[in-house]
Every structure is written in C-alpha cells, then in structure tokens.
Design a protein around this ligand. Sequence first.
Ligand SMILES: Nc1nc2c(c(=O)[nH]1)N[C@H]1C(S)=C(S)[C@@H](COP(=O)(O)O)O[C@H]1N2
Ligand SMILES: [Mo]
Length: 231
Amino acid sequence: MDGSKKLSRRAFLAKAGGSVVGISLPGVFVKLIARENFALAAQLRPDGRPRIPPSQQAVKRLYDMGGIQGKGTPQDWQLKIYGEVEKPTTLTFHQLLELRQVEMTCDVHCVTGWTLLDSQWSGVKLSTIMDLVKVKEDAHFVIFEAAAGYSSNIPIIEAHKDNVLLAHSFFGKSLPRPHGAPVRALVPDLYFYKSAKWLEAIKFTVQDEPGYWERRGYSNSADPWREERYQ
Ligand SMILES: Nc1nc2c(c(=O)[nH]1)N[C@H]1C(S)=C(S)[C@@H](COP(=O)(O)O)O[C@H]1N2
Ligand SMILES: [Mo]
C-alpha cells in the first residue's frame, strides 16, 4: 500500500484558538524505506512485542514535528518539580547534570505513523528525580509541563520505567532546539506526543490531567502496540 496515502487518511486536525493545528507530517516527508520495513516487521523486542508497532513505518531520521519552542538555552533553564512530593525542588541545568546520567538506545513512535529505530539519547531517569523529590504514595500521575502551555501526562507506573528519561542529548550531542533543548521528556513506549519538548516543570498529581493533545482527541493511554491513537 502507498505509505503516504495511508498516512494522509490518518491525518487528524483539531481546531484550537482559531488556527488549524494537528500532529501532522512535515511537508518534506518522508522517504519510507519499504524493503527494510518488510524485514524489520519480523523483528521482536526483548519484551516480545514487534519492533515496529502496527501501521507504523520506519524512517531514517528524527523529524521536527514543530511546537512552540522554549528559549532553548541551558544557562537560564530551570525545572520545577512539585505537586504530590515531600521535597518540592527546582533544578538548574547544572544540577541536572550532577544527577546520575544514563545513555539509552530506543525506538520512538509518532502517532502520525513514523517510527525511528535505534535513536540514542542521554539524560537522567525520571525515576532518579522521583527518588530525589520523594514522591508521595498518593501520586498516581505525572504531568510534564512545557513551554507555551504544552503538556502531557503519563501514569506513575510508566514513569517508573527504566527507559523514561529527561533527555538533554541526542546521538552524543546537545539536544537540538527544535527537538526540545535543553531538556525534553522521553517516554519511548508511548506515542511521541507524550515526550514533551522544552520541558519546564514536572507535576505529580492524584488525579489525571490530560495534556495538550490528549484534550484534542488523541488517546490518553497512547500505547503504540494497541494502536491507541485517538479517543
Ligand atoms: N513542548 C512540546 N512538546 C512536544 C510537542 C509540542 O508541540 N510541544 N509535540 C509532540 C509531538 S506530537 C511529537 S510527535 C514529538 C515530536 O518530537 P520531535 O519534533 O523531536 O520529533 O514531540 C512532542 N512534544
Ligand atoms: Mo506526534
């Protein structure tokens, strides 16, 4: 099947603030690599799930999916961590670098249909931050708050996973500004709209608070293997 047709049929637009916005593919999209996808389709992850989730196509680089950028500079960046925690904390970029750093290779899956395999990130595990601020037992959700009012939300059980990071580097270099500099959330096993770029705060809550796209028709649970794209 023609990949671009398949994707445009899935294209989804929401009206917000008078302008049409959507999690849509960039105009220059996309060299689909059909033959490689065929071989990759047979691969399984260590957890037994298929390497490529249903109806996704592997691409060769990370696309800039837009969004209203934050300032992008580490010097005056701060991360506020608050809500249901015993020690509300604000971290500077320097303080973030003093926490335990990890490197990770993972796949990311955009709800518009592309999957980037084997992307390399470094940063700090969200679980490291959770230990630092002593998350209370009644915290059931994590809300990522980003520049210009973007937000996304994940359940606390996802937040504990080893592959959920606050990422500051991509393939060994500082995260480029279009991809969320200086720090973005990275939640590889949910659709990529959960991975808030230009991160400014992390809030722990008792009740769920659906994020920017989750309030505009996209799935709150966002599991790529169950194809949870829309509500
Ligand atoms: N702050 C912010 N984060 C965001 C977005 C956004 O618009 N603003 N878009 C999300 C969506 S829909 C996707 S697919 C990914 C895209 O990340 P990328 O541009 O690095 O590929 O970022 C997510 N994080
Ligand atoms: Mo997206």
